[in-house]
Design a protein around this ligand. Structure first.
Ligand SMILES: Nc1ncnc2c1ncn2[C@@H]1O[C@H](COP(=O)(O)OP(=O)(O)O)[C@@H](O)[C@H]1O
Ligand SMILES: [Mg+2]
Length: 258
């Protein structure tokens, strides 16, 4: 695999924590420009660890990570990152919360607010800029967190279980909304999720990880319509891909590769 052909490329990365906990072992994944790729794996298998490494928040023991062919190991600010359990600061209004990333990048507060305000309508938050987080529903808070990541305007977005805590209906609405945003700008996205339906609905490809030490045990190409809004979670094709993924996760099937 030529790392320069991919937008993002994680190559043979291993990360061990103290007390000999190997969180991930020799992981290689890649993502092409405009692709949505999901990572599925059991709890504790190292998914968040991998995103932290890509975001430059921690260093691997070995291996390399490339963005546009350039190593980004240990470099922060290269990708947008919505971490697991991303929280809005309760003492800041929504507009002040979503502009945090821009302020960290050195933009003046006033300019950051002007920029953020323009995007509030597309995120369904037009009336809520001056509200505080406690005044918003769960789905609205997730959209605000997502807007905070989008405003950082990086070429790659990493989302760690962004819809994890939401009820099924709110989640479904956000999936459609996310795809509409993606159809407008075709950002490149890596999504960590526990939800197999969500992964199939949103992704071009899915990587499946093993229990700790996390390794990639399969790479599944989604064979459904390219247009996500036409994908039906009740179709035979959807069920067949779900079966394929669940059988690998449950250890009933040989991995698709390795
Ligand atoms: N900072 C840390 N120090 C020690 N162990 C850690 C640290 N971060 C994560 N781990 C351990 O590494 C493993 C992978 O964690 P994590 O990446 O959060 O898994 P996942 O996101 O797949 O649930 C877990 O066993 C976790 O306890
Ligand atoms: Mg995690």
């Amino acid at each position: 695999m030529n790392s320069s052909q991919n937008k993002l490329c994680v190559k043979n990365v291993t990360k061990t924590f103290s007390h000999d906990i190997t969180a991930i072992q020799n992981i290689s994944v890649h993502i092409k420009e405009g692709e949505i790729v999901s990572i599925i794996g059991p709890s504790g298998c190292g998914k968040s660890t991998m995103l932290d490494l890509i975001a430059g928040l921690s260093l691997p023991d070995s291996g390399d990570i490339f963005l546009n062919g350039q190593s980004i190991v240990g470099k922060t600010g290269k990708v947008s990152y919505m971490p697991q359990n991303d929280v809005l600061l309760p003492w800041r209004t929504i507009i002040e919360n979503v502009t945090i990333g821009l302020e960290v990048q050195g933009m003046k507060k006033k300019e950051a607010k002007i920029e953020a305000k323009q995007l509030l309508p597309a995120f369904g938050l037009e009336q809520y800029g001056d509200h505080y987080p406690y005044m918003l529903s769960g789905g609205m808070k997730q959209r605000a967190s997502f807007l905070r990541s989008v405003l950082c305007k990086k070429e790659v977005m990493l989302l760690d279980e962004p819809f994890g805590k939401l009820d099924a209906l709110t989640k479904r609405g956000l999936h459609e909304w996310l795809i509409e945003r993606w159809q407008e700008s075709h950002f490149t996205m890596m999504l960590v999720t526990h939800d197999v339906d969500e992964a199939i609905y949103l992704s071009d490809r899915i990587y499946i990880m093993s229990h700790r030490p996390g390794k990639i045990i399969a790479e599944i190409k989604i064979r459904l319509e390219k247009d996500r809004l036409k994908r039906s979670i009740t179709s035979v094709e959807f069920a067949s891909q779900k079966e394929e993924i669940l059988s690998i996760l449950e250890g009933k099937s040989a991995a698709a590769f390795f």
